[in-house]
Ligand binder design. Sequence first.
Ligand code: ZN
Length: 292
Amino acid sequence: MRDFSDDHRWLSINTATVRQQRGEDWPLLQILDACAARGIRAISPWRDQVQAAGLAAVSRAVKAHGLELSGYCRGGMFTYSDAAGRQAARDDNLRALDEACELNAACLVLVVGGLPGALGGKPAHKDIADARRQVADGIAELLDDARQRNMKLAIEPLHPMYAADRACINTIEQALDVCDAVDPVQSGAIGVAVDVYHVWWDPKLRSQIERAGGKRLHAFHVCDWLLPTTDLLNDRGMMGDGVIDIAQIRGWVEAQGFAGYSEVEIFSTGNWWQRDGGEVLDTCIERHRRCV
Ligand code: ZN
């Protein structure tokens, strides 16, 4: 297992971690400058942040700073209730793929969607099995497009508390079942993003990481699970402040040959988003060395 205790070469910042500081959006180009100034070598930006800054400008800044993208957030949201919804999801995922290619991302992260309409508060039905079928079909279709562009797909299982509205793939096992179905030869074109926040509790975590193997471990996201957690979405903890044994999980991932970035991804309305962005980045560096 790699020793991170005295450098942060393998730290990546998911830019949602510093997307809004003290109530104001921190523009992506400034985030990139702040990361580069601290010797942070990789980022994972969100599409809305890229759109606000302009894809071409972000691409130029990434190259100028010599940054890498540990992933691109995000594609997915495959579920639909009518033909127009299906087409809209497909079009949006193709755009996400093209953006990921332009930015030379390591992978396009897929948050697959829940019951159609649920994210907006009006689920079209209660048939989660049907939603899961749509997800599997959508991923199979997108994989062809991703292969043509030489862009890897990473299915990110989300904690089951998000099954209704954000992702009906909730364990690594489920994600790997989809990978097996669409890519039985395990080419590496599709794999998983292991986010400790979503999967730390899973009794099968270690065995499913072993099942994934190096070819299907495309991304590793870190933060911590706070006690108590006061908001399902936006109360993620800084590494070291909660109950996840992050180093143990990193050890399992690296034992399979994963040698990429540990991507810090913290949504924190009440705490980290209330602080100075530079302070947050400095804390990420320090905790990455000590707690990841
Ligand atoms: Zn994540």
